[in-house]
Write a protein that binds this ligand. Sequence first.
Ligand SMILES: Nc1ncnc2c1ncn2[C@@H]1O[C@H](COP(=O)(O)OP(=O)(O)OP(=O)(O)O)[C@@H](O)[C@H]1O
Length: 576
Amino acid sequence: MRLLFRFLRAYPRQSLIVLVALVLAGLVEGVSMTALLPMLSSVVESGGALEMKTDGKAAYLLKALEWAGLPLTLGVLIVVLVVGTVLRSGLVLVAKKYVGYTIAQVATDLRLQLLDALLKAKWNFYLGLPLGTLANAMSTEPNRASMAYFHGTNMLAAAIQAFAYVAVAMTVSWTATLAYLGGAVAVLAILQFFVRMAKKAGKRQTRVLKALLRQLTDCLQSVKPLKAMGREELADRVIATETRRLNKALQKDVLSKEALKAVQGPAFLGLVSGGFYVGYVLWHMPTAEVMVLLILLSRVLSAMGRMQRMHQNMVSCESAYWSLLGTIEEARRAVEPTGGERRPTLSRGIALEEVHFAYEHRPVLQGLSLSIPAGELTALIGFSGAGKTTVVDLVTGLLRPQSGRILIDGVDLLEIDLHAWRRLIGYVPQENLLLHDTILTNVTFGDPGLTAADAEWALKAAGAWEFVSRLPEGMQTVVGERGARLSGGQRQRIMIARALAHRPKLLILDEATSALDPETQRAICRTLQDLKQAYALTILAISHQPSIVEIADRIYQLEKGKARLLEAPKAVAALG
Ligand SMILES: Nc1ncnc2c1ncn2[C@@H]1O[C@H](COP(=O)(O)OP(=O)(O)OP(=O)(O)O)[C@@H](O)[C@H]1O
């Protein structure tokens, strides 16, 4: 119910239209149904003489017809019944149309909210969140959550309809209606067991789907080593286990729904028969009244039954909504500060002063100081795990030091507009992060501000143009999943081209040439020197390659959380 109120608050206009249309449909149906009693009375009680008594029970309609100057004939009542039914169907259609639009809107809004929260979240947030959880939050959860809205509004529709029928039935016999309602509520209360069962199965589905997508993305990312080492069955085992769990949850979900439907039928039939017996045999009610009451009350039951089934469908989907909302809120709590207002420049250089940084109380940098002069190439070397990538993440503002300062042209990074600072950076990460798209899109990242000529320039600068121009489709070649159709060195050169395409002021290379042969490395180094001179490019390179270290203007070795300035020969010697 909390979910339904949330939806009604989030989509007030659409929900109001839906509710008004449904209430009107209920009213129209109720009014048209009152035509039944005089019809039946005239046939049953007057022996087919078609007498309409305006003083009988539920005779408001007849009075209204009389007032409107219409003849009280069977034909008019049939027309009222037919027009009422058609009008009701039209109104229900209007309501359903808005429900349909709103379902699509709910799913779209949830996806956009998630995307917005994710893109604004701190880097640290991503480190703790499995990719599969995000994939699930983006794909399956919004659909299930929006279906909860669909079932919720259908539940309301059924409730309104039930209410309209009850109101009409009350005008025929309020005692019989109340007695009957009591029986119906008792039956529904017993059947709530199946609703709880569906809720549990829905929660389980949400949990298992999350785990399944997490396992699936992990396994797909490692499919090559798994296949190469003949260990596919390991992935198969993990994913198959989750799939079986999902299967069980789905079985329970379907079972609870079918069981509810199956039990509702006979239970309601029992109520209707019992009602007939009590009304006709025990209470000696007139035949026409009993018949109309039975028609009305069986409609009440059918609406109440639908209401319970819709409630069941809603609760089976609702856990997806809460899970998705949890992810959105978690991402919002991890929002990245946008930094200060100052526009960044890079004419003098970057300095790290007495920087301390720890990952969850595990110190990595302990009073590190270093400077990266503008227009120069600064190399960072050090053993694996010394903290080189951490330094880069601090410079890009992805991480913040626990103490110490990062200065850009003497201004604290905290005072600088972080987004504008990052727009000045070209970054080549350690991991292979190519998109399953063309080389052109991989270089421009789909940025409409970059042209094919920019991409060609960047590919040439990265030493990639030679192999790209020889490909039959050139820059339009699709590189495959994470660039699987290219060699490791070719992938690295495309990533370097991507980092250069928007002509950054600071180029960061994190082991960016490790997969290249010495000749290509030297070619890239020559390009870096040219770029440095031609565009006053500042370069920060993490490298174990002597070729980069040889051309570096400054080399720092990271050790025990601190940076030590080295002479070039010493640095080359340190690399072994
Ligand atoms: N997100 C993280 N959470 C916890 N610890 C981390 C995290 N990232 C890195 N570390 C730890 O911090 C230390 C420094 O990591 P970092 O990646 O900066 O080292 P590195 O010098 O770049 O290593 P490599 O040369 O192997 O890439 C390592 O001990 C690593 O285990």
